[in-house]
Every structure is written in structure tokens, then in C-alpha cells.
Design a protein around this ligand. Sequence first.
Ligand code: SF4
Length: 338
Amino acid sequence: MKEALLYQKLDNNRVRCNLCAHLCVIHPGKAGICMVRENIDGILYTKVYGRSVAQHVDPIEKKPLYHFYPGSKVYSVATPGCNFRCRFCQNWDISQIVSNEILESGNGATSDQIVWSAKQTGCKSIAYTYTEPTVFFEYSYDTACSAHKAGLRNIYVSNGYMTPEMLDMINPYLDAVNIDLKAFRDETYRRIIGARLQPVLDNLKKIKQMAIWLEVTSLIIPGTNDDTKEISDMANFVAAELGVDVPWHISRFFPAYKMKDLPVTPLETLQKAKEIGIKAGLNYVYVGNVVSDRDMDTNCPHCGYLLIERLNFGITKNHIKDGHCPECGTKIPGVGLG
Ligand code: SF4
């Protein structure tokens, strides 16, 4: 095991982990809420360094990132563990169960090996994803440093619950993030997710101020976060606090894990959420996890011209020229758009 970063020693061999907003105080022989950071005799260790349990080449649209090198390939990496307890988790088998068996199934890939694999497979970037990158920070940080040296970009797909200290540390190596805004009620965050809303909002604002490309995803769950007022609050927050050019991905819920009793999000609800986002002034509102690919296209917010046409997590057309709409010349926000 590797000694953790970002913790402080307390009395009686206790430690405080300063990696995420839980700020766990951990007694000797115990682990934090994420289950993957353990106090052994007053030293905090990460149990997941090098324990990569998933490595795949994905289209960047799958993260989802629609305004960051569209059409490129990304090398996705995950270890076990998460600091959230989402009852609707799609990846619960690696995020919510941290057994020795699962940890030992990690392939032990070094940071340099991950970078090498990403280069070999023609990827432009590495995504720390599927589970929460915050809880494998040391591994993702070392890999991100190596990736930059090799000319690759780094992406976090995150729940946004890290501490400001962690964000400051990864900032020079992080190029893009997609943050889940899972609800806009603190009560929902506490009851369904096991966390608080405010740190996520604070981090979204902090990331926006950094030179990191930001996109936001909200999974709309029937009976949980789908009332008009809550969706409006989310959209208005993104527009007012992050900016109308931040892409907002509205994602369709499918029953999973401990919320199998709920229905799939109706298409009308997703369309309603899209309309709310547009009404809030957002220029780029996308609907994901649906059959209708037209809701995944990028249109110029000024003249409506079709800029990027998407199909099945890939792009079929990209008309953007030097970052601008070819029809009216409007600058399109993003990185490496074409
Ligand atoms: S990463 Fe978060 S959940 Fe895990 S030990 Fe640290 S403070 Fe606790």
C-alpha cells in the first residue's frame, strides 16, 4: 500500500483525510467512508494505488464530453471505491463493494503503463472514470503527470466532492471534467447519495474559475429530482454561476442497484428538462441515454446551424471551422473542436 496524500495526523494515532468533503477522522485500523483509505498505526494509506479494475478505450462522447476534442478516443481507467453511496449507482459492483478479492483483481498497472496503453491505442486523453477519481487520487495524479509529459490530456468524470486542496493540486494536470450535479436539494443528497449538496456547488464554481474545460451532467430520476422547480434550480445555477456556455447533459435514468423499483425516466420529462435548460439561457443542452440522437447534436446558438451531428456516441459530421460556426462566425466554446 502507498501512503496517502492530503491528510493530517491527530492525537491517539487518529488521522483526518483531507481529500474529500467528508473529511473523515479515521481511527487506527479503520478506513474512511470510501473504504479505500486506511489508517495503519497513525499513517493513512491508499489501498487502491495501481489497483486498476477497468481499462477501456471509449469515445469521448461517452464520458460525456461534447465540447472537448469531439470524435476522439479516450483511455478510461478506474479502481474500486467511492465516497458516495448513490442508491442508483450503475457501477455499484466496483464502486460500492471493496473486498480484498476485488482489490487483488486490480491489474497493478503502473502510471507509465497506462500512459503507454493510451498512446498505443491512439487515445488523445486519459479519463479517470466509472468510479470516483477522488478516491484514487494518488494513482490518478501520478498517471496524469506522466500523461502530460507524453502529450496526453487528462479528464476527471467526478461527483465533485473533492476538497479545494485536492483541486488545487490536480489543477495543473487536469484538462477537462464532467461533474455530476445529481440533485438540487441537500435532503436528496443526504438521503439517496450519502453526501451534501453545497460542496458540489462550491467545487463547480471553483472549477469554472480554473483553466479546466467543464461540462455538467444531471441524471433525472422519476419521483426523486424530476419536479419542474428542482430542474429549474439546476438549470438556473448552471447558467448563472457557471455560465450559459457550459454544456449541460440531461441523462435518462434506468433502474439499477437499490432503485430498481423506479421506472425509466419518461421521454416527456427529459424534453421538459431540455426546455427548462434552454429557457434558463443555456446554449448547449443535451439529452443522453435516449434513442433520439438529434438531442445529442450541437447547433449554433446564434443561427441554429448544425455544427456537430452525433450517432451512438460517435460523431458523423463536424462542421466547426477553427472553433467557429461556418455559417455565422459565432465562436463555439470548447477545446479542440475543429
Ligand atoms: S477520500 Fe473522503 S471518504 Fe475517503 S477517507 Fe478521505 S475524506 Fe473519507
